[in-house]
Design a protein around this ligand. Sequence first.
Ligand code: AMP
Length: 213
Amino acid sequence: MRLILLGPPGAGKGTQALRLVAKYGIVQLSTGEMLRAAVKAATPVGREVQEIMARGGLVPDSVVVSIVGQRIEQPDARKGFILDGFPRTVPQAVALDRMLATRGLGLDAVIELRVDEDALVRRIESRIAEMKERGEELRPDDNPEVLHNRLRAYRQQTAPLIAYYRHQEVLRTVNGMAPIADVTAAIDKVLPSDPPAGAREADGKKKSEELNS
Ligand code: AMP
């Protein structure tokens, strides 16, 4: 099973990805986490992207495409994966299509977590405040100003992927504002009930359907 979780920062992609990992025994590939690890380890890539991430911009397509290309080659990704935070631009999506096509693979579904942006901002701001109150460590890009930059990047560069994947007939939209368990149930409902064990051919895409949108 190969899935993409699509949605703005704070939409709950990470939370839902963890549940899908447990359910399908596939790996979660979060480009944000991979890049944060590179920054922490001060690798050349980490040094290149640190400042861009700190202000909430998108790192160059070539950087993330190369990271994902290497990652999906690893043995643990053979059974399938959930991409969380990738692709974030149309060129990244095109590069992913190419990577999968050369391996004779396709996507089973692109799950869009649709959220109301104002409610989302309130949700993230209160989460940041609660974490601060508990004395928990915040990510450097977890602050209101950077959040607005990240949302702008989503609107301008990532939202066009909704039309891209709708056109490919793999888009499944669920209401990301519902309680976590309800979002999980909605995702279960839109996923193929009997995913093939091996590679799914790129030309066998299912009809797009929208739920709770
Ligand atoms: P995330 O944890 O997915 O919210 O990502 C945190 C930050 O990492 C983003 O604000 C971007 O600066 C960077 N990032 C993560 N994934 C990508 C991507 N696919 N393309 C460009 N930048 C990314």
